[in-house]
Structures are given as structure tokens and as C-alpha cells.
Design a protein around this ligand. Structure first.
Ligand code: NAP
Length: 329
């Protein structure tokens, strides 16, 4: 657990005679710098709360791995994911939010002020917004990295329209896979559902809808063993787990929909999590710990969109503002 070390340290400036005291106490600390974290920062700073964002190891979150974003309002011609996140960051900084690119390694929400520990620093604050997001589970194939943003995707809503009239593969057998596969039939010439078993985990109604969709073809007991292409994805190698048969599927897009992992490891034993590790909200954005709020994919496994995460960030900041106003230090 965290130590009770002092809450501020002395850091040397250019001139050794003028040491600058590094700021480590804030009204609000936001953990995570995706759309939820940045939006929360904008609203907290505009409400005149002294606000710090600790960005984590991938500032900008999942959109940093995305190419065109066409469904975030305000950009008539679309925008590249990293450009959107850099713009959000600049806007957040302009509002006065401090941003530190560091990783939180531990937290202590059992006592107030709350303590947040990075590898190099300990911060104190009166309120926390957890906005650490979730990470899509990966197949673990080298081709996933090689073709990330070049045909391999983890979000049909985001990337489906880029695969018009192409063959598309969807991996998984849960609600996400079936939902995404069905959605992708709007764009693709055919959708190949690749599932490792011969039974779907998805709800019956969604299964039935997919089964009668003429554009969907199921490949049971199958796994992808390789993703191949030149500049972009061109095909996948499939192995039938039962028979060992190897086949090749031509496809321009491969959507991996095998679930998400919420980034909540450091919050175990600090806030209530559900059986899958998502933060449980009690009342709007409040967690079970007074003064600790959550926003975005870290609690929301239903919508998982940049715009909904941003909306939750706004809600959490408004809830924090009310909390801090009612609980003056
Ligand atoms: P999920 O229910 O955990 O399903 C994951 C699927 O991926 C399973 O079919 C699993 O196969 C497969 N899988 C897991 N790891 C794999 C691997 N390494 N290689 C190949 N396949 C793998 O996840 P989800 O579909 O994302 O759903 C998560 C939660 O959100 C669920 O509670 C779901 O009901 C809910 N959800 C609801 C809706 C809706 O109601 N509209 C939409 C989306 C999600 P096995 O079946 O063999 O384990």
C-alpha cells in the first residue's frame, strides 16, 4: 500500500539556488486521459477547481490507435483519432488543468485526503474521477499489431463504414460479436463470424437475428492463426480446432470482439467492482466511496463510444463540483 510520505517534494530548477516546490495537492485528480478524463478536466477547471489529470501510459486512450473518426460530432470531414485527442488535451490545458504523463501505481481512498501514487510522486486530493477506460481483449497474433488501424479493428461502430462492399471477419461468439457482425452487414458484402466453439454465448434473440441474416456466414470451432496482407489486411488463415483443417478467408477487415478488460487493477479493494472488474456506480457517477467518481468505459460496458465517455466525463465533473461545494475543506 501507499506510504504516508510527505505530500510535496523539492525539485531542482535550472538555478540550484531557486528550488521550486512541486505541486502535489489538488482539489480533484482525474486518473486517465481519454475523452472522459479530458472532458472532466475541462469542466472541473471551468468550475474553478484546482485539477490534475494523470494521463497513464497511453495519453489519449483507445483513440490514439484509431485512424479516421467520423462519428464524433463537430468534425464535418472526420478527424484522425490522435488529432482529436491532441486537440482535447490542448483544450483541457487551456482551461487550466494540469496534466502529468505518468502512471498511477497505487491509490488510497480509505482516508481523506485521498492519496494517489505514481512511480515518482504522491498526490493528495479531495475528490477523484476514475477515467481509466477499458482495453479490448486481443487474440495475441503478430498480425493484430502489424495491421492495427489497417484492417484490424476492435470497434465496428467506429470503423465499419470503411469496409463498404468488402468481405469482413468478426471474431467472437458473445453479444458484442453478434451485435457487431449484424451491424457490419450494412457495409460489408459478407460477414464471416469466426467462433472457437459450436455454440454462441450471445443472447438468443441476437443469435436468431444473426442466423437468418443472409449476409452472415458462421465458421464454427474455428480460430484465426494468422493475419496476412500487404499494406492492409487481405486475408486470414483459419484453423478448425476439431478437424485441424486449414482454410483461407479473404477479407479487408477483421473485427476482434472477444470482450474488454476494464483498467481497474489498481482500484481492487478500494472501490466496488462487478464480477468482470467494471466499477459499480451507485448514483449517476458516484462510486461506493464518497468523493470518488467514475466516468467512461471503466464503468460503461454498454455504449463504449468516445462521445458517451466524454458525456460521462462531463457528468462526473458536475457531480464533483456539487460534492466539493457541499463538502468544503
Ligand atoms: P463476452 O460475453 O465475454 O464474449 C466474448 C466472446 O469471445 C465469447 O464468445 C468467447 O468465446 C470469445 N473469446 C474470448 N476470448 C477469446 C479468444 N482468445 N479467442 C477467441 N474467442 C474468444 O464479451 P462481450 O460479447 O463483449 O460481452 C460483454 C458483456 O456485455 C456481456 O455481459 C454482454 O451480454 C454485454 N453486451 C450486451 C450487449 C447488448 O445487450 N446489446 C451488447 C454487447 C455486450 P466462448 O463463448 O467460447 O467463451
Amino acid at each position: 500500500m501507499m506510504s504516508d510520505a510527505g505530500s510535496s517534494v523539492l525539485v531542482e530548477r535550472d538555478s540550484p539556488s531557486k528550488p521550486e516546490k512541486k505541486k502535489t495537492k489538488y482539489d480533484v485528480v482525474i486518473i486517465g486521459a481519454g475523452p472522459a478524463g479530458y472532458t472532466a478536466g475541462i469542466y472541473c477547471s471551468r468550475a474553478r477547481h484546482d485539477t490534475l489529470i494523470i494521463s497513464g501510459i497511453l495519453p489519449g486512450g483507445q483513440l490514439m490507435n484509431t485512424t479516421d473518426v467520423e462519428n464524433y460530432p463537430g468534425f464535418a470531414d472526420g478527424i484522425m483519432g490522435p488529432d482529436l485527442m491532441i486537440t482535447m488535451r490542448k483544450q483541457t490545458e487551456r482551461m487550466g488543468t494540469a496534466i502529468i504523463d505518468d502512471e498511477v501505481i497505487d491509490v488510497d481512498f480509505r482516508h481523506k485526503p485521498f492519496k494517489i501514487l505514481t512511480a515518482s510522486e504522491e498526490y493528495e486530493c479531495r475528490a477523484v474521477i476514475i477515467a481509466t477506460g477499458a482495453s479490448p481483449k486481443k487474440l495475441g497474433l503478430p498480425g493484430e499489431t502489424t495491421f492495427g488501424g489497417k484492417g484490424v479493428s476492435y470497434c465496428a461502430t467506429c470503423d465499419g463504414p470503411f469496409f463498404r462492399n468488402q468481405e469482413i471477419i468478426v471474431v467472437g461468439g458473445g453479444d458484442s460479436a453478434i451485435e457487431e457482425g449484424t451491424f457490419l452487414t450494412k457495409f460489408g458484402s459478407r460477414v464471416h463470424m469466426v467462433h472457437r466453439r459450436d455454440q454462441l454465448r450471445a443472447s438468443k434473440v441476437m443469435q436468431e437475428r444473426a442466423m437468418v441474416n443472409p449476409k452472415i456466414q458462421f465458421h464454427w470451432n474455428s480460430e484465426i492463426t494468422d493475419i496476412q496482407g500487404d499494406q492492409k489486411v487481405q486475408k486470414a488463415i483459419l484453423k478448425n480446432i476439431k478437424t485441424g483443417e486449414i482454410t483461407t478467408l479473404t477479407a479487408g477487415g477483421i473485427f476482434v470482439a472477444i470482450g474488454h478488460t476494464p483498467n481497474t487493477k489498481i482500484f481492487e479493494n478500494q472501490v466496488e467492482l462487478d464480477s468482470q472488474g467494471y466499477i459499480v456506480l451507485k448514483d449517476h457517477t458516484k462510486t461506493n466511496v464518497e468523493g470518488v467518481f467514475a466516468a467512461g468505459d471503466v464503468h460503461d460496458h454498454r455504449y463504449r463510444q468516445a462521445i458517451t465517455a466524454a458525456g460521462y466525463g462531463c457528468m462526473a465533473a458536475i457531480d464533483v463540483d456539487k460534492y466539493l461545494t457541499e463538502n468544503k475543506a
